[in-house]
Design a protein around this ligand. Structure first.
Ligand code: ADP
Ligand code: MG
Ligand code: MG
Length: 889
């Protein structure tokens, strides 16, 4: 049986993305929906796999099928490939399964040679046009297929224009192009030792092979790694008859988004160039005109375009990014795909599509890229503080960014590695700069429009970007930028405002973000759908206030140790640690008590009516003392004997507290058991605070959390302590009004395994997934991330960093087990997660699946967690639905 490697556009559909690639599938879909698509066919990703398998060559069978499809195309067009009178010209376009904009190669105008170019000139009665196409072909072919660097051609073009005394490509005559073509040909000869192929079939074959080959070029590989696109997907090749935007002034080419991808506003957004071809718009050859201006320049064309945009959007139920070309007043669509957008626009578009009746709420929720959501809550510029505006460019991707100027992608990446904040400043970016964009806080370019590479990539990544900022001059050689009459060197600080296009000297302070109405709407829909509750990790009344503002339904983790790090508190804490006797220790703790109490009062007030989970002291005591090396340095500088003695004492204490492995040492409840007076004080402060606030009519739901329990006996002992202190502080009367729970963190594997025994003494379990991950893997986080983890990820031994994405296979199994075991004893046992994973969408989906009651994450991630929790619920509902219908059938 022969494999079908080639599908005409009529044979495909949007559902065949894996086989036809995104571009091919959508060209087929549009063809069948009756849109004006130039006819053509797609060589499948199966062919791509076979191509690599058989030594990077098209097989005879592939060639046979391609030629058969080409014959059909000739009939349809009434032209013939390589015909000297009516030559058929085609483009050979890459088209991967997942969108990888600009990462791979495309060649236009294939089928031209010294003979057919004359035929094209005669048939169109436009010599200048024909030779323009030919010189473009040699350049693209030379670059993509023959591997000649693009700048060699650019240089020759530049030299020609200088000689002719013209500035724009449009002003070059047919005669000029003919001269350039000769120069290009000898450039090909010089670089490759062979002629530019005159045989059009050879052109086609080499071009298709080059496109397959481009799947493995470096920038495509980098892009795949960043976007987690599997290497085995492969690309399809689309062979399509040409339409020409470069035939005259009633021709043009452009890119249009059906809505504004940076604000979401429902207006056409894009750019076009009159009398231009293909990539001229994206490449930033000339600065294009906005689609707005098309309305008056070519009103009929605008109306056609608007109609097509509306049709495509309704068809795909999403904002589209469309390539079009106009040939002699007729519109053609060359590509459509879901448009990249930033988080703000995504929100607005999703809400609008629901309101327009195009999408259901559930589908709209699934559209939100939860991990981009925190961008919406990133701060903007404090306008009052903006003084030194250097230049204004195009506001290509909103948000504010502060960083040091880097002129090269490599520099940006290096500096980021070294922990610096960078702004990548380039004349324009190309796909080779992708690692620099990734590393930068924001991107500034002096050329290119709102649909230029820099703009598209930055929006996709949610990075602030200002592009086409023609008021700045970049001298790459000397690594200098001039703007507003001043010059800036690499490493100087600037601020970008992607929402207005402003480039500002120095560092401008940022201010809090406010949620848009669309965000609020989407969150309200999310809240209706989700079953997981979302709590916050908050250590201070201020954190609690912010968290509640973002919709926190409680505090899942209040870490008490953070309260002791403030300057004068730390001294008291150190006095407590330095104490030699229990009495001394109690005296120091007595000073800490009122401080703790007032912190708790503040937090209770902010969280009035909502649960507050407070974890008793967790870290090993040495963390509160200075480092040994610091003390030794201080000792050599001590100016009195008394001071020297004091430092020596501290050194002895630090040495006494030294542990070979503090992560597994005297910390958590082990500390509370050995020094009960510490927990005693904390519990007393908690109940005193509760008591004081109950008198002020604050509703208290206190949950006291014991860290690092590994055996039920530990929890049993400390629970008794809590109950005793509660009795002492509150008396039986108040106890009735102060609802409190005692629970534990499950963060030692043994605690998970013995969850049933532990549940006997616990009102709730909170999975401390940071420690649980460390102890399950046997990795200490700092050592892992500093040493081998990157290597593991590189070698794909682990799919994710388990400290970022919960390891559902291993750690997750412990969680699942503990929940089931705990609930077998106490069906209503409250369960949640309070590690950093509580702010990661994949981990949140896992928490939903195992039936936890809540996730707890940092305040700024709460809106993201609300959306992710809703998405998990919708996804699960979908599966439940489909399994139901499956049963019915
Ligand atoms: P990319 O994936 O880099 O956008 P494309 O294959 O979409 O590459 O093509 C690059 C440019 O050439 C686009 O502007 C596209 O519209 C244009 N183009 C591709 N094929 C044709 C064609 N058959 N006729 C006219 N223009 C084309
Ligand atoms: Mg394209
Ligand atoms: Mg812990």
């Amino acid at each position: 049986m022969t494999i079908k490697y080639v599908y005409s556009f009529q044979e495909g559909s949007a559902r065949m993305k894996n086989l036809l690639g995104g571009k091919g599938a959508n060209l087929a879909e549009m063809t069948n929906a009756g849109l004006p698509v130039p006819p053509g066919f797609t060589v499948t990703t199966d062919a791509c796999h076979a191509f690599f398998k058989f030594g990077n060559r098209l097989t005879d069978e592939m060639v046979r099928q391609i030629l058969a499809a080409l014959r059909q195309l000739e009939t349809e067009k009434g032209q013939a490939f390589g015909d000297p009178y009516q030559p058929l010209l085609v483009s050979v376009r890459s088209g991967s399964v997942s969108s990888m904009p600009g990462m791979m190669d495309t060649i236009l105008n294939l089928g031209l040679n010294d003979e057919t170019v004359k035929g094209l000139a005669a048939a169109t009665r436009n010599e200048r046009f024909a030779y323009d196409c030919y010189r473009r072909l040699i350049q693209m072919f030379g670059n993509v297929v023959l591997g000649i660097e693009g700048f060699q051609f650019e240089m020759l073009l530049h030299r020609l224009k200088a000689k002719l005394g013209v500035e724009l490509d449009q002003d070059v005559t047919a005669e000029g192009w003919r001269e350039l073509i000769e120069a290009y040909k000898s450039c090909v000869r010089k670089n490759t030792g062979r002629e530019f192929p005159q045989n059009v079939y050879e052109q086609l074959k080499l071009a298709a092979e080059a496109v397959f080959q481009s799947w493995n070029n470096q920038r495509a590989q980098v892009y795949r790694r960043i976007n987690r696109i599997p290497d085995h997907q492969g690309t399809a090749v689309n062979i399509q008859s040409m339409v020409f935007g470069n035939r005259g002034d009633d021709c043009g080419t452009g890119v249009v988004f059906t809505r504004n991808p940076s604000t979401g506003e429902p207006v056409l957004f894009g750019e076009y160039l009159i009398n231009a071809q293909g990539e001229d718009v994206v490449a930033g050859v000339r600065t294009p005109q906005t689609i707005e201006t098309l309305k008056s320049a070519m009103p009929e064309m605008y109306a056609q375009l608007a109609q097509v945009c509306g049709q495509l959007e309704r068809h795909y139920k999403d904002m589209q990014d469309i390539e079009f070309t106009v040939e002699n007043g007729k519109l053609y669509v060359l590509q459509t795909r879901s448009g990249k957008r930033n988080a703000q626009a995504a929100m607005r578009i999703a809400v609008d599509l629901v309101n327009e009746g195009v999408l259901t709420r559930e589908k709209a929720l699934l559209r939100i890229e939860a991990s981009h959501l925190d961008q919406l809550l990133h701060r903007g510029l404090d306008d009052a503080a903006v003084q030194d505006v250097l230049a204004i460019g195009l506001p290509a991707s909103p948000g504010a960014a502060i960083g040091m100027i880097a002129f090269e992608a490599d520099t940006a990446a290096e500096w980021k590695q070294a922990g610096k904040q960078v702004i990548l400043v380039r004349p324009e970016t190309t796909p080779e700069d992708i690692h620099g964009v990734l590393a930068a806080e924001g991107v500034l370019t002096s050329r290119g429009g709102m649909t230029s590479h820099a703009a598209v990539v930055a929006r996709g990544m949610g990075k602030p970007c200002v592009c086409g900022c023609e008021d700045i001059r970049i001298d790459e050689e000397r690594k200098q930028m001039t703007a507003g009459g001043r010059s800036f060197s690499e490493g100087e600080w600037i601020t970008l405002d992607g929402a207005t296009g402003r480039v500002i000297a120095g560092v401008v302070p940022l201010k809090e973000a406010t949620a848009s109405n669309e965000l609020k709407q989407m969150l309200a829909w999310a809240d209706e759908v989700r079953s997981l509750r979302v709590y916050a990790n908050a250590d201070t009344p201020e954190d609690a206030r912010i968290a509640r503002g973002f919709g926190a339904e409680g505090i899942g983790l209040c870490r008490t140790e953070h309260m002791f790090f403030a300057p004068h508190r730390l001294e008291v804490m150190q006095r407590m640690i330095m104490a030699d006797t229990q009495e001394e220790r109690r005296a120091a703790l007595a000073h800490l008590l009122p401080i703790q109490q007032s912190d708790f009062e503040g937090i209770f007030a902010e969280m009035d009516g909502l649960p507050v989970t407070v974890r008793l002291l967790d870290p090993p005591l040495h963390e509160f003392l200075p480092k040994l090396s610091e003390l030794q340095a201080a000792l050599s500088e001590a100016d009195s004997e008394q001071e020297g003695e004091r430092i020596k004492r501290m050194i002895r204490k630090v040495q006494a507290l030294h542990e070979a492995n503090p992560m597994l040492g005297q910390r958590g409840c082990r500390l509370g058991i050995v020094y009960p007076e510490i927990y005693d004080m904390q519990i007393e402060a908690l109940f005193k605070a509760a008591s004081a606030q109950i008198e002020r009519r604050v509703e208290i739901h206190l949950e006291i959390m014991i860290p690092l329990v590994g055996d039920a006996s530990e929890l049993k002992l400390l629970r008794e302590l809590v109950d005793e202190v509660a009795e002492q502080v509150l008396g039986s009367d108040k106890r009735r009004n102060c609802r409190y729970k005692v629970g534990t963190m499950i963060e030692v594997p043994r605690a998970a395994l013995t969850a049933k025994q532990i549940a006997a003494h616990a009102d709730f379990f909170s999975f401390g997934t940071n420690d649980l991950t460390q102890m399950t893997f046997g990795y200490s986080r700092d050592d892992a991330e500093g040493k081998f983890l990157a290597h593991y990820l590189d070698k794909k031994l682990l799919a994710n960093n388990p400290f970022q994405v919960l390891d559902s296979e291993g750690v997750g199994q412990l969680i699942d087990w503990a929940v089931t075991a705990g609930r077998s004893l106490k069906p209503k046992l409250k369960t949640g997660i309070c590690g950093e994973h509580g702010g990661d969408k994949e981990s949140i989906a896992f928490c939903h699946r195992v039936g936890l009651d809540y996730v707890s994450c940092s305040p700024y991630r709460i809106p993201m967690a609300r959306i992710a929790a809703a998405q998990a619920a919708v996804e699960q509902g979908k599966h439940a639905d489909s399994s139901q219908t499956a049963k019915v059938v």
